[in-house]
Design a protein around this ligand. Structure first.
Ligand SMILES: *Cc1c(COP(=O)(O)O)cnc(C)c1O
Length: 355
């Protein structure tokens, strides 16, 4: 079998969740949208029996978790896209973000068996979704008065919490506090960068995404982020070795030209597996536990690495594309991407789980 795989360390996932809960100081939603950022949503949810709840993007993702027997609260981060989803939301007791006035109207008119739990989302400055500052109080009162809602949590989302010197996060918090003044509701503002870097915005609920998977949301070093443990190890093996003289082009477009006699290792991993095609020469790769570099353009099923300074490495050597020795954030930075996208793009390789 092809040796490429993504090994998922569920003990590391639990460690990272517990860190989010501890730093947040209240309850923590584990954000497992997009198949748990590529890590496998059902297995990740099953590995977190202590989670206060989960968050997904949409009802399809929530129903997959319910079908697998997940009983904790599940929040739909984009709410419902059409009013007819409310029947399933009711039936499966899902929690639901409300970000627009039409959704409030749909809830008022719905036939429900039980009152809903709604997370009313304010646009505090990101300007993507969320109700406007002057709509918040009237919509909150309408939800309470509807008789259809058991509880309203107030939430908002930060645009720039990963920039620790940027005033925008505290400006958004201030806009939120002004808009919600006087309302007696639970509050949720913090995503991963805010959990790790902005203790003053933690409140009742935090929403931990990327930090669960052990990647730092920050570009630089950060003391709290140092405590995270990488969850995914994307690995493969050397499947062929080439000895090239100086001056030879390697791979598509001859992007890399050997500057010295070079031992090239060919790795069974390519962009069809989710490894970023834009990774440049020099992107770190670990072979038998030693760091070396990518050379040559990434192909669909293979990529090439420099083994010249690793004389013991050869056919069958273990290659880690990202994990413990090479952080996903290092590869992402080289490829002008972010670890979020690298993880979500992983496909074709089997996901294997370490409990
Ligand atoms: C995806 C998402 C999160 C998680 O963000 P991370 O940066 O991965 O922690 C939190 N809140 C909302 C509304 C989201 O859509």
């Amino acid at each position: 079998m092809r040796p490429a795989q993504a090994l998922i360390d569920l003990a590391a996932l639990r460690h990272n969740y517990q860190l989010a809960q501890r730093l947040g100081g209240g309850r923590a939603l584990a954000v497992i949208k997009a198949n748990a950022y590529g890590h496998g949503a059902v297995v990740c949810a099953e590995a977190l029996p202590e989670a206060d709840g989960f968050a997904v993007a949409c009802i399809e993702e929530a129903l997959e978790l319910r079908a697998a027997g997940i009983r904790q609260p599940i929040l739909l981060l984009e709410g419902f896209f059409a009013a007819d989803e409310l029947a399933l939301i009711d039936q499966h007791q899902l929690w639901c973000v409300v970000h627009s006035a039409w959704q409030v109207q749909a809830i008022e008119r719905a036939q429900l068996q039980r009152p809903l739990t709604v997370w009313l989302k304010l646009d505090s400055g990101m300007h993507r979704v969320g109700v406007a500052v002057d709509e918040l109080q009237p919509l909150y009162q309408r939800l309470l008065a509807s008789g259809q809602v058991a509880k309203v949590v107030l939430m908002s989302h930060f645009a720039r919490a990963d920039e620790l010197e940027c005033p925008r996060t505290l400006e958004q918090q201030k806009a939120f506090l002004n808009a919600s003044a006087g309302l007696k509701a639970e509050i949720s503002l913090a995503n991963s960068p805010a959990i790790l870097g902005w203790p003053q915005v933690h409140n009742d609920w935090v929403r931990a995404g990327i930090m669960l998977y052990g990647a730092s949301p920050f570009a630089g070093q950060h003391a709290q982020a140092e405590q995270l443990k990488p969850v995914m190890s994307l690995s493969s093996q050397i499947i062929a070795v080439r000895e090239l003289p100086a001056g030879e082009p390697l791979g598509y477009a001859g992007r890399f030209i050997t500057a010295r006699p070079t031992r090239v290792g060919v790795v069974a991993m390519g962009y069809a597996d989710g490894y970023p095609r834009h990774a440049p020469d020099g992107t770190p790769v670990a072979v038998d536990g030693q760091r070396t570099r990518l050379i040559g353009r990434v192909s669909m099923d293979m990529l090439t690495v420099d083994l010249t300074d690793l004389p013991k490495a050869g056919l069958g050597s273990a290659v880690e594309l990202w994990g413990q020795q090479v952080l996903a954030s290092e590869v992402a930075a080289q490829a002008q991407s972010i670890p979020y996208q690298l993880f979500c793009n992983v496909r074709r390789v089997p996901l294997r789980y370490q409990h």
